[in-house]
Ligand binder design. Structure first.
Ligand code: ADP
Ligand code: MG
Length: 238
């Protein structure tokens, strides 16, 4: 489970319209990428889906249920940010388990989920370390692990690789692709990197200035871009 439906979603900050009517269907298990230039509203849209921001109008449903009144923690969503947002004073293990602890999950269950996630992410050896003792790539894996232990039906990633150097970006991208296959969860992933979009996505949503320019598979967008903006962004021959 983890389908998502957006209907006529709009968002204004003061008198600035940032999201201008978004309709989108995401199927259970799909890997959907949002691409678009800086400032086009990608993060705002993710935050609205996560419940960290209210839409000005429109509706958001997860597995067929309208979630306007459902608080973020109850939406079955986990979000991974560009800046890992780990607690510096907590160990890797405690960073990964904190959300579960706060939700009142029994200790043994937390242990077993943290074990499983750290295994998947090859973090077993680092569980006792603090974030300052990890590389950037390891920190981002902890942030991903913290999302995995919550066993969400929907993962939201906001430019998760943009703080990593080129080699780590490739590794972590492959790792996210593998997690998607193993967890079979729905993933919505924001990037402005064409390579990430083309290699990870089942479906790409091209945004510009708060409006969807085109939705399609990587090949559809590449072969049949709807307009010059999409062609330029995806890198199709003009
Ligand atoms: P992206 O993630 O695509 O770079 P954002 O969603 O962060 O874009 O921002 C879209 C637009 O909304 C930008 O112009 C940004 O300045 C504006 N914006 C985002 N959050 C706020 C906020 N809390 N208050 C006012 N304006 C905001
Ligand atoms: Mg952003």
């Amino acid at each position: 489970m983890g389908s998502l439906q957006l209907k006529s979603v709009r968002k204004s900050f003061g008198n600035v319209d940032v999201i201008k009517g978004i309709d989108l269907d995401v199927q259970d298990g799909e890997f959907v990428i949002f691409v678009g230039p800086s400032g086009c509203g990608k993060s705002t849209l993710l935050r609205i889906i996560a419940g960290l921001e209210d839409a000005t109008s429109g509706s958001i449903s997860i597995d067929g249920t309208e979630v306007a009144t459902v608080p973020p923690a109850k939406r079955g969503i986990a979000m991974v940010f560009q800046s890992y947002a780990l607690y510096p004073h907590l160990t890797v293990k405690d960073n990964m388990g904190l959300g579960l602890k706060q939700a009142g999950t029994p200790k043994a269950e937390i242990e077993s989920r943290v074990d499983k996630a750290s295994n998947m992410l090859s973090l077993d050896k680092y569980l006792a370390r603090r974030p300052a003792e990890l590389s950037g790539g390891q920190r981002q894996r902890v942030a991903i692990g913290r999302a995995i232990v919550r066993e969400p039906k929907l993962f939201l990633f906001d430019e998760p690789l943009s703080n990593l150097d080129a080699a780590l970006r490739v590794n972590t991208r492959l790792e996210i692709a593998r997690l998607h296959r193993e967890l079979k969860a729905t993933m919505i992933y924001v990037t402005h990197d064409q390579v990430e979009a083309m290699t990870l996505a089942d479906k790409i949503v091209v945004l510009d200035a708060g409006v969807i320019q085109q939705i399609g598979s990587p090949m559809e967008l590449y072969n049949r871009p709807a307009n010059l903006f999409v062609a330029g962004f995806i890198g199709s021959p003009a």
